[in-house]
Design a protein around this ligand. Structure first.
Ligand code: RP5
Length: 160
């Protein structure tokens, strides 16, 4: 199975990124996490992205706060899909990171999830890998069935 790379701009992002790592592991997807910064270690970020496909990765997740250019820098150096997680890390409550991540110029997409949306980033990565992996697709369907059942139970338990 292809690996998912989870790249964060700083180790201070880890508490927000951890749910993505946990979710990927729950699906049995191999995951490798790194700290690469678009601004502080641009050469390392670019080198990782350029070699990601031949190193066995299928999707990259990029989490960054503030002027969040990490997703764009990774996406510019690979044709692997890149999923961006804007991290709430400043006085601007994550809007800065959201706009920096989502407003990519045509030709270099970054599939951007919600501010601090690590869990959805992981699920989206699994959905990408599941396109040609029937076992992963089954796991995703089972997760959907469980979610549906939970909401049905919540509806039943509502007393009003
Ligand atoms: C961004 O700046 C990082 O992704 C992080 O969200 C934010 C703050 O980084 P530190 O100053 O805590 O290393 O590049």
């Amino acid at each position: 199975m292809k690996k998912v790379a989870v790249i964060m701009g700083s180790d201070s992002d880890l508490p927000k990124v951890q749910p993505a790592i946990d979710q990927l592991r729950a699906f049995g997807v191999p995951v490798e996490a790194h700290v690469f910064s678009a601004h502080r270690t641009p050469e390392q970020a670019i080198a990782f992205s350029k070699n990601a496909a031949e190193n066995g990765f299928g999707v990259m997740i990029a989490a960054a706060g503030k002027a969040a250019h990490l997703g764009g820098v990774l996406a510019a150096n690979t044709i692997l899909p890149v999923i961006g997680i804007p991290i709430k890390a400043s006085a601007l409550e994550g809007m800065d990171a959201l706009l920096s991540t989502v407003q990519m110029p045509a030709g270099i997409p970054v599939a951007t999830v919600a501010i601090d949306g690590a869990k959805n980033a992981a699920i989206l990565a699994v959905q990408m890998l599941a396109i040609d992996d029937a076992k992963l697709a089954d796991k995703l369907m089972e997760m959907r069935r469980q979610m549906t059942q939970e909401v049905i139970e919540k509806d039943k338990n509502l007393k009003y």
